[in-house]
Design a protein around this ligand. Sequence first.
Ligand code: ADP
Ligand code: MG
Ligand code: ZN
Length: 478
Amino acid sequence: MKYQVVIGLEVHTQLTTNTKIFCGCSTRFGAEPNSQTCPVCLGFPGALPVLNKKVVEYAIRAGLATNCSITKRNVFARKNYFYPDLPKGYQISQFDLPICQHGHLDIDIEGETRRIGITRIHMEEDAGKLVHADIPGVDDSCVDLNRACTPLLEIVSEPDMRSPDEAIAYLKKLHQIVMYLGICDGNLEEGSFRCDANVSLMPVGSSTFGTRAELKNINSFKFIKQAIEYEMERQAEILDEGGRIIQETRLFDPNTGTTRSMRGKEEAHDYRYFPDPDLVPIIISDEWIEEARGTLPELPEAKRARFMTDLALPEYDAEVLVASRELAQYFEDTFTLFPQAKTVSNWVMGEVTRALNDDGRSISDCPVTPALLADLLKLMEKGTISGKIAKTVFDEMYKSGKAPEKIVEEKGLVQVSDTGAIEAMIDEVLEKNPGQVAEYRGGKETLFGFFVGQVMRASKGKANPALVNEMLLKKLNG
Ligand code: ADP
Ligand code: MG
Ligand code: ZN
């Protein structure tokens, strides 16, 4: 391709406050249409908005976690436009004084670190939703205003990304951070984390950006990548033919994998922004910022580094374990009770994750708690059960929630380390397989595994494998 793509992303994150940004209505998703509304969010004339303090706190946290500076004097502005799901005829947002500015996130792309600038983060209210569902006997579209006035942070990046993969890496990182902060539930399908992608092309080697198209409200990482890729092809074709890109807003259609024009791109002045006279400026003190800093959890990047340096975990393990705050916590809680990092990591990334994936549960609902998993690992370490049996016990724990000792006892799974018993089993196996014994003694040493397998089978997997190996060697060579 003779063009370089330039991508800038606008992300809307819906905040997890219990109530809306300017009224006391609930923000719960999925309620009966229009059941969570009041004169303020219905936009009745004369109803006055009152700012939810939590929204400001959450915005400060987001800003600190993305290396932004926090604006001391914040002003809300009215963004004027007509839409049926916007009863006031304007959206309360922030304009020239957003709460956070000049931040960045570092992403890892093919072993290299790239810094992506964050232009601004601002607080605003969401609009309602038009419902074009087929309700029997109703041809019209309906309006559901439950979502009207729910709090959003809009996080705008610099046009710093140079490939679809970079865009996805940035988005995933941002998604991970807002979830760690606990300010957004991260649910893309329900629209809690939605992205507009701005895409333009310029000739390779150029430093003058081309005209961008804005791809609206795409709700999965996969679709965002597809939409950007399609858009690159579309624009390249136009440029190849000597055409010009028009600045416009486009919609991505997941069914066809293509984008189509929705409307010409509006400019800021089209919105006639002005300070909202119903809301006083918010002054953020240094104390408030420091207080918010104190509530920040350890973020994934720092956690990952700590797992690698303090616990000597490989980079891969550290990366997987910090994927979510809950998973990292599960790992650490288990590690506290059974301080062998790599063993715990193997089990969390292996058996635990596999079992959860199989039945679609999340780590917080895992029936095998960190305490139970640690108990299991201790049984294995003491030699009470073998590694292989431990996996069987784990499956049983996952199904029944029972303690490992109980399962081992009930099912008689205690590892056999009694040399007399093992010797008897070995003798029997050797007696039954005289041909193989002769072959082995004649030099075919690869048969050793066969004998181990036979003895383990005879013991129903319970013989101590280390002892079996040691004693077999002696018998066969002796
Ligand atoms: P608007 O709301 O009009 O889209 P914003 O400033 O909120 O304006 O967002 C503009 C977004 O477009 C930013 O993420 C910015 O990085 C990105 N952007 C600006 N110019 C270009 C360009 N030429 N190519 C790609 N992205 C761009
Ligand atoms: Mg935009
Ligand atoms: Zn309300």
